[in-house]
Design a protein around this ligand. Structure first.
Ligand code: GLP
Length: 242
């Protein structure tokens, strides 16, 4: 795994955006895997800037998001569909029909997950996957456990994830307790992966990502099985090391 330690969140975001931009420039019809959460917001802002100032062209790009709460309406301001429209899709020239987020309002969760996997394959697979990382080491909503699930699936959220994400909701009770998420194999099939992490809350997760253990109890450690992963973090997340 390549590790890039940036001075701060801004530099981390610029670095990540440059990688995404070069992917889009080299392959204008590339397929991007996208993440939500507070971590990638800076990267999305920088991509918007590159679109506005340097005419970075998203008109042929396709995107697949990692996950979505369940159940939730796409119009709910806490849904990941809403988040993506607001933070990226509505601000660049990507046709909205080229953007895919699991449908958290479906009554057929299993079929939705199977279709999502099929759709990714149909578009040729993910060229570049952007990941954040949960404090407990989750990626997407693949939570720590004795075993992990390979394909896109419906999952229960960890207590710790509900607590961590409740900051975005009116109250903890409003946080959905389930989600639809790409599975570990879905994520690992991406040709290239970048993992973003900032702030001291992510230090334990980043440490686990950079030692040599692999465990289902820290799902992000599975990324060590992939041949092209770059961790881009700030100094706070990396911590002091000898
Ligand atoms: C959320 C998302 C993840 C995200 C993580 C970290 O629950 N499902 O995709 O990477 O938690 O979120 P944040 O970036 O806000 O710390």
């Amino acid at each position: 795994m390549k590790v890039v330690i940036c001075d701060n969140y801004e530099k981390m975001s610029e670095y990540a955006a440059r990688i995404v931009a070069s992917c889009v420039t080299l392959k204008p019809n590339c397929v991007l895997g996208l993440a939500t959460g507070s971590t990638p917001i800076g990267t999305y802002n920088e991509l918007v800037r590159l679109y506005q100032n340097e005419e970075l062209d998203f008109s042929s790009v396709k995107t697949f998001n990692l996950d979505e709460y369940f159940p939730i309406e796409p119009t709910n301001s806490q849904s990941y569909r809403y988040f993506m429209n607001k933070n990226l899709f509505d601000r660049i020239n990507i046709p909205i029909e080229n953007t895919f987020v699991p449908n958290g309002a479906t009554s057929e969760a299993r079929a939705e997950c199977e279709n999502y996997e099929e759709k990714i394959k149909e578009y040729g697979g993910i060229d570049l996957q952007i990941l954040g990382i949960g404090q407990n080491g989750h990626i997407g909503f693949n939570e720590p456990g004795d075993e992990l699930i390979a394909a896109t699936h419906l999952t229960e959220l960890d207590e710790s994830t509900i607590n961590a994400n409740s900051r975005f909701f009116k109250s903890r009770e409003d946080v959905p307790d389930k989600a639809l998420t790409m599975g570990m194999a879905t994520i690992l099939r991406a040709r290239r992966i970048i993992v973003l992490a900032n702030g001291k809350e992510k230090r334990n997760a980043v440490r686990a990502l950079t030692d040599d253990r692999i465990s289902a109890k820290i799902p992000a450690t599975m990324l060590k099985l992939h041949k092209d992963v770059t961790l881009i973090c700030d100094k706070e997340a990396y911590g002091d090391r000898d």
